[in-house]
Design a protein around this ligand. Structure first.
Ligand code: ATP
Ligand code: MG
Length: 428
């Protein structure tokens, strides 16, 4: 993409009402815009990141045979009354139309997915399966000061699985732990993200959160470095301050952001909607459920909090809006423009995403913007480059600079291999 065509512009200052680092940097760099507290628009650069996050999750959910669907946001009151949450869920947005009919704006989708699948499940032969979606959720969050980490409207990937018994749920649940580990690894936050034991509510001993260590975190976790797992502060007393896996008492305290969670729902939602199936003997049995969430904006903001520095954003290659920022140093020599364009087309032809800074700005301003936007590799083209036949390439994360020729450059950029998952669902 040619940067002069980008309708957004970078800003020197963050809006004074933003306190979170992620919001300040993302607004300055033109990735998002705030409409009101906890409600953000995603602009072209930001949407590219969001879509990459979405695609990584989609590939991993498909690999465990999840079937993608899309459910509505406008929910009939009756569905929420069936589970009792119309009255008990404090952060539920309720809207009514001119005829007085009341609806909820979806804060989560158990109330919709259970009656939906009920129409298709009758026998043990119909189980197991799982469905997932990427959908806007609405929650009346009291503290909406954390930028895109805590939205009042935000996109979640929510998956729901349906099983004939607890053993089958347990098997799938264990598979989801691994699947989530791959997802966070592919986002580039694997090392900082811990499978965390959290309170399970009344239905199981634990649920599991995935917590990414950053100073911006609202949660306190206790890490076992031997097992690379953590315990949420809220259950640490029950655990006697010891690792539930190896008994290690030497736990490290950190603040962290919950980027995802997985939950054994068992019959919590199948019971009120009477979602059941006939077993091998023809007897009615309740369907056993699990649910699995990841907040896309939560992940996006966490990456900014974890890696952003005093100059701006720093993107892991996997979710970067572009792989290369091609910075053209303006010159009276027409050949600089011609050669940059040729090189730009060549990179694109090699399947490399490029943002070409072709704006009429001074080099210093372009470099500052390049650091702010945070694309993994900055490549400078100038009159000097033409004379010497070498390009300057700088890695945003480390600041490392090297001079390479055209072929070396392409080879180097292509050598940074993206993590992929080769698992495939046999039934999709
Ligand atoms: P939290 O404790 O942070 O409020 P939660 O327990 O309410 O999270 P869930 O309802 O289980 O979260 O949602 C699943 C995932 O959705 C969370 O792990 C998180 O990644 C994301 N999420 C939850 N609330 C928000 C929000 N207000 N804005 C952005 N993402 C969110
Ligand atoms: Mg919440």
């Amino acid at each position: 993409m040619r940067q002069r065509t980008l309708f957004t512009k970078t800003r020197k200052e963050a809006p004074s009402d933003e306190v979170a680092k992620n919001a300040k940097l993302l607004i300055r760099a033109g990735f998002v815009d705030k409409l009101q507290a906890g409600v953000y628009s995603y602009l072209p650069l930001g949407l590219r990141v969001l879509k990459k996050i979405e695609q990584i999750i989609r590939e991993e959910m498909n690999a465990v045979c999840g079937q993608e669907i899309l459910m509505p946001s406008l929910h009939p009151k009756e569905n929420w009354q069936t589970t009792g949450r119309w009255d008990t869920m404090d952060d539920l947005y309720k809207v009514s139309d001119t005829s007085g009919r009341e609806n909820a704006l979806g804060a989560t989708h158990e109330e919709i997915v259970v009656p939906l699948v009920k129409q298709f499940v009758s026998s043990y032969r119909d189980l197991p399966f799982s469905v997932y979606q990427f959908q806007n959720k609405f929650r009346m969050e009291l503290r909406a000061k954390s930028g895109i980490l805590r939205g009042r409207e935000f996109i979640m990937k929510d998956m729901y699985s349906f099983h004939k018994d607890e053993t089958d749920l347990k098997n799938f649940y264990d598979k989801m732990k691994k699947s989530y580990e791959r997802v966070f690894e592919r986002f580039g936050i694997g090392e900082k993200t811990y499978l965390t034991f959290a309170g399970g509510g009344s239905f199981s001993k634990y649920s599991h959160e995935f917590q990414t260590v950053t100073p911006a975190g609202e949660d306190t976790i206790y890490i076992c470095d031997i097992c690379h797992i953590a315990i949420n502060k809220e259950i640490i007393e029950d655990q006697n301050h010891t690792c539930p896996l190896c008994g290690n008492k030497n736990l490290r305290t950190e603040t962290a952001v919950e980027v995802g969670n997985i939950f054994e729902l068992k019959t919590k939602y199948s019971a009120p909607f009477d979602l059941s199936y006939k077993d091998e003997e023809g007897k009615d049995q309740p369907v056993i459920m699990g649910c699995y969430g990841i907040g896309l904006g939560r992940v996006f903001g966490t990456v900014v909090e974890a890696y952003g520095d005093d100059k701006g954003l720093v993107w892991p290659r996997e979710i970067a809006p572009f792989a290369v920022h091609l910075v053209e140093i303006l010159s009276a020599n027409i050949r600089v423009r011609e050669e940059t364009e040729k090189f730009y087309n060549e990179l694109i032809g090699q399947g490399i995403d490029v943002l070409w800074d072709d704006r009429d700005l001074r080099a210093g301003e372009k470099f500052a913007d390049s650091d702010l936007i945070g694309i993994p590799f900055r490549v400078v083209v100038s009159e000097k480059t033409l004379t010497e036949g070498k390009f300057e390439i700088k890695a945003r994360a480390t600041g490392e600079v090297s001079m390479v020729d055209r072929d070396e450059l392409i080879k180097f950029i292509k050598s940074v291999k993206l993590k992929v998952n080769t698992d495939a669902c046999p039934t999709l």
